[in-house]
Design a protein around this ligand. Structure first.
Ligand code: MN
Length: 248
């Protein structure tokens, strides 16, 4: 069997310490190729650069930066840079949790989703901005040792979040709900014209449903969420009758 091929990417940019740690740990499991954005592209979701050229810079052996998005990086890896499809796509370690509906905005999670759509075993890893990367090491190593023995259904990725403090254990979790507050701030520029700052300093409030990701990390557990890419709601689909009279 040929050596395992592992793509490591992120959305914080290639200069992030989080991607260095993930690549270092992954290198014990195969050949690691790092392809990551040349700057912070957080909260860019699955954006794909369809109307602008994308360029890559070779920074070293198996190490590239790209002026596109995280999902661009994954596509360049699969369709250009790598001689074959990678076995694993690892995204992170992101500075900033990806809990609840954050997964819809996250470039970190999007890169893992793209890896899964293109046929690789994929996972996203995130740590709160106040967290210490070294606390992620023991679990990361064990998880990567074990995860091939824990196969997921098709179209599913692992979304992993680490607590702020040293973890007390691991929990398999669902996706929580969260609300952001005062998301848009209006200020005036030096010429007196308004501009808007989205995101700002606002911190989300989590509903902390039992068994969900936010509750786990806030209680100091590592949260491991299997995320389904099929968002359709099977229970609602049982209500076909309600739609009988809506046509014709
Ligand atoms: Mn990020």
């Amino acid at each position: 069997m040929s050596e395992r091929l592992i793509l490591v990417t992120n959305d914080d940019g290639i200069q992030s310490e989080g991607i260095d740690l993930l690549a270092t740990i992954a290198s014990a499991f195969g050949r690691v190729v790092v392809i990551a954005p040349d700057r912070n592209r957080s909260a860019i979701s699955s954006a794909l650069s369809l109307h602008v050229p994308v360029r890559m810079n070779e920074l070293g052996s198996d190490r590239y930066s790209c002026d596109g998005t995280p999902v661009d990086c994954v596509n360049l890896a699969f369709y250009n840079k790598l001689e074959r499809k990678p076995d694993w796509v690892l995204s992170g370690i992101n500075y900033g949790w990806n809990l609840g509906e954050d997964v819809f905005y996250s470039g970190t999670v999007a890169a893992a989703i793209e890896g899964c759509l293109l046929g690789a075993r994929s996972a996203a890893f995130s740590l709160t901005t106040k967290g210490d990367l070294k606390n992620t090491k023991p679990f990361l190593t064990k998880f990567l040792e074990q995860w091939e023995k824990m196969p997921l259904p098709q179209q599913t990725i692992w979304n992993i979040n680490f607590p702020q403090q040293k973890p007390i254990g691991v929990r398999l979790t669902g996706q929580d709900n969260r609300a952001y507050h005062d998301v848009v701030e209006q200020r005036n520029d030096p010429r007196g014209k308004p501009y808007y700052w989205i995101g700002g300093e606002s911190a989300p409030t989590y509903s902390r449903q039992e068994g969900c990701d936010a509750d786990a990390v806030l209680d100091q557990w590592i949260s491991v969420t299997p995320l389904k890419l099929d968002l359709s709601h099977r229970d609602v689909m049982a209500r076909q009758d309600e739609f009988k009279n809506l046509f014709g």
